[in-house]
Design a protein around this ligand. Structure first.
Ligand code: FES
Ligand code: FES
Length: 156
């Protein structure tokens, strides 16, 4: 059974037609064409599907879309503005903090929330905050460096 729901995604109101139990990730990717958010494990274990809900990182793979209605949903597609990469995107490129890139949007989305709470985080704060985001390519050291670099970019 489907029902029409209105979502607020990246500042725009979007109507969708889906079973209320459908995952937010499926709706974002398959109905709204926002494929920057990735399907990894589907079990809330890897962080590839992370989006912000009212500014807080959430696993969209296990979130029924009905629970996202009425909240501000932010996906990686909103990070670049007017042709300018977000400092985190730029820093991930500069530090070469990715290989396959599959984890990257979830990493950047999660790190954006970290930097909002901790503008100049220590290594330990980064590791603790990011521990739910897994990189199978083993770029974690570069990801830490990229988050430090983004912190400096934002402050400058
Ligand atoms: S796909 Fe959602 S946490 Fe892995
Ligand atoms: S860059 Fe491949 S999973 Fe992280």
């Amino acid at each position: 059974m489907t029902s029409v729901t209105e979502l607020e995604v990246n500042g725009e109101r979007r109507k969708i037609d889906a079973d209320p139990q459908t995952s937010l990730l499926t709706v974002l990717r398959d109905q709204l064409g926002l494929t920057g958010t990735k399907f990894g494990c589907g079990e809330a274990e890897c962080g590839a599907c992370t989006v912000l809900l009212n500014g807080q990182p959430q696993r969209s793979c296990i979130m029924p879309v009905s629970l996202a209605a009425g909240k501000q949903i932010t996906t990686i597609e909103s990070f670049e503005k007017d042709g300018h990469l977000h400092p985190l995107q730029q820093a991930f490129l500069d530090e070469q903090a990715l290989q396959c890139g599959y984890c990257t949007s979830g990493m950047i989305v999660t790190a954006s929330a970290l930097l909002r709470h901790h503008p100049d985080p220590t290594d330990e704060e980064i590791i603790r905050y990011m521990e739910g985001n897994i990189c199978r390519c083993g770029t974690h050291h570069r990801i830490i460096a990229a988050i430090h670099r983004a912190s400096r970019l934002i402050a400058s």
